[in-house]
Design a protein. Structure first.
Length: 101
């Protein structure tokens, strides 16, 4: 009898199960990272939305955030739309040099 055939069948069954377990565990890890990121957001953070829009968080609640995307321009977005923080981002100083005619 060929005992190698039994091992081959076991391998055919175990490989997809191992792949499935890996995918589930990596998805859980990604979910925890997203949850940690969302809970770490604070007013004043400079962020980038998943659509590519840059802004500063003005108000924040459990569901939504209000961002200032330009001086005096505010938008309310779903909190899940915030893709990442801009680490160490500093708002540019307004140009206060007088215009010369």
């Amino acid at each position: 009898m060929n005992s190698g055939a039994g091992f081959g069948n076991l391998l055919v069954l175990a490989l997809p199960l191992a792949l499935l377990a890996f995918l589930v565990l990596s998805q859980r890890k990604r979910g925890r990272q997203t949850q940690d990121f969302q809970s770490a957001l604070t007013v004043g953070d400079k962020v980038v939305l998943t659509s590519g829009l840059y802004g500063t968080i003005i108000t924040l609640d459990d569901v939504a955030a209000t961002l200032e995307i330009a001086p005096g321009v505010q938008v309310r977005v779903d909190r899940r739309a915030i893709g990442l923080k801009q680490p160490g981002a500093v708002a540019p100083e307004p140009d206060t040099t007088p215009e010369v005619d």
